[in-house]
Design a binder for this molecule. Structure first.
Ligand code: ADP
Ligand code: MG
Length: 417
């Protein structure tokens, strides 16, 4: 190519033309140029073809970059689908080119990809993990003696597109992760607000309720022989006891729960909870498996509240296994945290309920028998101890609640054992 340009420059430059005043030598030169062009015809054609290919590749990369920018807020699948026709255009024979993107076991392919005969492939790698691949194929034989069916540039291009896709997925996933984190933050904020609100209401209701219960019991005692009255008053008492239970839980859920903290041993509280629920478990054919770390450091917390956490989680687990099963209670620790696991092999929690289970009054159980406050109480208490709670659940397999409590140091900086 350099040579051609040089020769062309040579003949068209007046300076040089003047030098060649001799007609013969000019004709000789023109003839030699013609010869040169003729001799290099094939070379020129292939150069032109390569240039066209290069332009197509650059256009393809530009379009993909543009697409990922425009669709930065769309699901990643949309990008995959739109990349297919763009990539097809970039190959030497678009009419017989088919493209497929496989990602997380899902395949996005152009119409005739299955009819492919010659394949090229490049992996989609995200955070050093292979998650899929980009494949390009020809549906007809286009093998060429020098390069095989695909050009060297095309072998490089498929890698560049796969890298571009990997980068897009990475950007997309980190954005999604951020969104989920923000949602979680908003959710716990909402729970905290509800907590404050309910605490106020609970205190207001506690007193009149105490009076209702107290006077109802008084009427009951004073009318021991009045059967009709006894039946009705029993209903009032039961309803008031149920309401008191709700209020007690609401008060526990409130944020004002840093009072009366001592050093408590999670293992002891688990054993107490176990003692209370042992008979019920036996009756319901539930085996309790305790894997407790004997050296567990103590936790600076309110014993009643920790008891509530464990009992609530155990009761939920028991209720999730009406036909019996295994209930695992596990504790361990490291330098920073104490860990508690309550796991059952019950029915599991449906995906669409997962976001709601910590909401106050959310329940899937019969109204009257359950308050829907168990997990919100747990959440409130764990939160007040600057701990964390996470749930993993699979339908038909079971649920696992994992709690992390940071170990608080006492005033001497030592942990009590
Ligand atoms: N271990 C579990 N297995 C299955 N579902 C559970 C489990 N723990 C909680 N849930 C679900 O979360 C809901 C809320 O639980 P909770 O706040 O304790 O209220 P309640 O037990 O009164 O319904 C339950 O109704 C149930 O649908
Ligand atoms: Mg419950």
């Amino acid at each position: 190519m350099g040579l051609i340009i040089k020769e062309f420059f040579f003949v068209s430059n007046p300076f040089f033309l003047n030098k060649f005043s001799d007609i013969n030598s000019k004709i000789r030169l023109e003839l030699s140029i013609e010869n040169f062009m003729e001799e290099n015809k094939d070379y020129n054609i292939s150069l032109k073809a390569k240039l066209i290919e290069r332009i197509k590749e650059l256009e393809c990369l530009y379009e993909i970059a543009q697409l990922t920018l425009e669709k930065s807020n769309s699901p990643i699948q949309d990008i995959f689908i739109e990349v297919l026709p763009i990539a097809i255009k970039a190959w030497q024979y678009p009419e017989i080119t088919e493209v497929s993107i496989t990602f997380d076991e899902k395949k996005y392919a152009s119409t005739n990809f299955d009819k492919g005969l010659y394949f090229q492939r490049s992996e989609i790698v995200i955070n050093n993990q292979k998650r899929g691949c980009l494949e390009v194929c020809y549906t007809q034989d286009k093998s060429n003696a020098v390069e095989g069916p695909f050009l060297a540039e095309e072998r490089a291009l498929i890698n560049i597109i796969a890298k571009e896709l990997s980068d897009s997925v990475e950007r997309y996933e980190s954005k999604e992760e951020k969104k989920i984190l923000e949602q979680k933050l908003r959710h716990s904020d909402r729970l905290a607000t509800v907590g404050e609100l309910t605490a106020g209401i609970a205190h207001e209701l506690n007193e009149p309720l105490g009076s209702i219960l107290g006077f109802a019991q008084l009427i009951e005692e004073e009318n021991i022989n009045n059967q009709y009255l006894q039946k009705d008053i029993k209903k009032i008492i039961n309803a008031a006891v149920h309401a008191r239970e709700v209020i007690r839980k609401l008060m526990l859920y409130s944020r004002n729960n840093e009072k009366d903290t001592t050093f408590v041993n999670l293992n002891t509280i688990i054993s107490d909870g176990f003692y209370l629920l042992e008979n019920r478990c036996k009756k319901e054919n539930i085996t309790i498996l305790k894997v407790l770390d004997d050296n567990l450091p103590e936790l600076k917390a309110n014993a009643v509240q920790i008891n509530q956490v464990i009992v609530n989680l155990m009761v939920n687990a028991i209720q999730a296994m009406p036909n019996g099963g295994n209930l695992l209670l596990q504790t361990n620790f490291d330098k920073k945290n104490i860990y508690l696991v309550v796991q059952d092999n019950g029915g599991g929690i449906p995906e669409n309920y997962m976001k709601k289970i910590f909401d106050p009054f959310f329940t899937t159980k019969e109204i009257g028998s359950s308050t829907g406050l168990g997990l919100s109480v747990v959440h409130g208490i764990v939160n007040s101890l600057k701990g964390k709670i996470s749930v993993e659940s699979n339908l038909g397999i079971g649920s696992r609640f994992e709690l992390i409590f940071p170990i608080k140091k006492d005033d001497d900086g030592d942990n009590k054992k």
